[in-house]
Design a protein around this ligand. Sequence first.
Ligand code: HEM
Length: 411
Amino acid sequence: MLDHLNPADPGFARDPYPYYARLRAQGPAARVPLTNGTHAWLVTGYDQARAVLSDPRFSNVPPQGAGRPGPDSPARRARGCLARHMLNSDAPDHTRLRRLTTAAFTPRRVDALRPRIEHLADGLVTELAGELDRHGTADLVDAFAFPLPVLVIGEVLGVPEADRADLREWTYRVGSPADALEPGAVDEAWTRLHAYFTQLIGHKRESPGDDLFSTLVHDASEGGLDDGELLAMAFLLLFAGYETTMNLLASATLMLLTHEEELDAARRGGPGRWAAVVEETLRHGSPLEGTTWRRTTERVDLGGGAVIPAEDSVLVVLAAANRDPGHFPAPDDFQPARYLPEGRRAAPHLAFGHGSHFCLGSRLGRLEAAVALPRLFDALPGLALAADPAELPYRPGLLVRGPRRVPVRRR
Ligand code: HEM
């Protein structure tokens, strides 16, 4: 009999891997009782994760009436907008929405962001250095891993520099638990973000810039996207782009600060070695712990005795698939060398998902980390962890994974 799964448990949040290993040993998918009285099927094996993510019998469309009930309010309506994005849709809607976004996110356009990302990363490192001088310690998540992806999404969306501080503040609030801030602060941030994005779309339509979002707004008008779909797209780019990359940066810095030999190797090894650090952090740290929820459209037999009835909830646990010992020897060890081009390269990790919903921002996420990490560690050569790594709190829940704080000091 399986234990109940309580994603809010701090011990589980810090180290869910022994639990996932037990599930994996049971077969292709395990029916897990949740503490809220419901159940879900968790897919933890690498091969099964790929199979499910490329099988159209697993739908991304949330069931009718999903979401918490509550009185109508501007904040609720703002949140509701998010529901119409491509991650919540299946073909043919998904194909239509995705085609437009792919056209705006070409490799050339993403790569052209490099100098801006360098500039933004340098600015944050300078602020961080100042904070260390003044206070002796600083939190790398607050000062670096969180703001950088938000500022970069600001570039993607073409948010004027003068508005970036607002964007950063609202994003911070909507990503915080409601009880961590003063009453109403989270709702107010949702409402402000909604109003801001609505205005931004109107502005890009009238006077497009050379940002990716202007291209999207223009193509959307040609391709029949309505304003609601475009608004959902702006929200999706913000949320899909910042929490994931934030966790990638937070986990990578924590790994390097606790594996000094790897930090030295990256410093000596140049871009190829840094790229390997990024890939191994994606595998080992899995910034998205699980994909979004899927739902079976019919009864699915996954083999090995796992028969999922129609209309059941399924979660593909990327963090578990990325540590499947059948594909990654010593899966719990942090070994960037697995991803060096000259080595026997490890299997591709699933941190960006698989199949039709494969991450649209993978190139941008990788670029941000590849730019930011060497700049941080070059500018602050004596950086050291200012806490016991075993005590650091992790984000609760099954969706995102990463340390909530990475306190640092100068050596
Ligand atoms: C390290 C950073 C990132 C990680 C680990 C990551 C991971 C993922 C994963 C696993 C999915 C698939 C989810 C599912 O199948 O349910 C996904 C989808 C998506 N990601 Fe990312 N992501 C990252 C960065 C970004 C960035 C920077 C952007 C955009 C600026 C972005 C935009 C998207 C979008 C739009 C989708 C939906 C694609 C679709 O439904 O077809 N991501 N991401």
